[in-house]
Design a protein around this ligand. Structure first.
Ligand SMILES: [Zn+2]
Length: 120
C-alpha cells in the first residue's frame, strides 16, 4: 500500500478512536447516577434497562476501540491492508468502508458462508 494511503487510514482511524474514547467517557459518567435519586420502582426498572443498554453499547465500543488499536498497530508494522487469511491486498474501497477489517471481501464472504452453514 502507498504511504499516502497509509497516512490517510492512520488519520481516519485515529479520528475514529478519539471520537469513540470521548463517547466512552460520556457513557461512563452517564452510569454514575445514584439509584437513590429514583425511589419510584418504575423509574428504577427503566434505569436498570438503560443501564443494560449502556453496558451493551459500551461493550460494542470497547470491541471497536480494540479493533481500531489493532488496525493502527498493523499500519505501524506494515501489515495493514493485507488479508490475514489469504495474504492478498484488501481493496482500498473495502478499507475505506471498514478500515478495521482484516480480511479481503472474498475471504470474508467465504467465512460468513461457512458460519451460516455451520449455524454459528
Ligand atoms: Zn483474503
Amino acid at each position: 500500500m502507498k504511504k499516502k494511503d497509509l497516512e490517510f487510514f492512520k488519520e481516519l482511524l485515529e479520528n475514529q478512536l478519539q471520537e469513540l474514547l470521548s463517547q466512552a467517557d460520556d457513557t461512563v459518567s452517564g452510569m454514575t447516577i445514584p439509584k437513590e435519586n429514583f425511589p419510584d420502582p418504575t423509574d428504577r426498572a427503566s434505569l436498570e434497562a438503560d443501564r443494560n443498554f449502556m453496558l451493551r453499547i459500551r461493550d460494542r465500543e470497547h470491541k471497536l476501540i480494540k479493533k481500531i488499536k489493532l488496525a493502527l498497530e498493523r499500519i505501524e508494522n506494515g501489515t495493514f491492508g493485507i488479508c490475514e487469511t489469504c495474504g492478498e491486498e484488501i481493496s482500498i474501497e473495502r478499507l475505506k468502508a471498514r478500515p478495521v477489517t482484516t480480511q479481503c471481501i472474498e475471504c470474508k464472504m467465504k467465512e460468513e458462508a461457512l458460519e451460516k452453514a455451520l449455524g454459528i
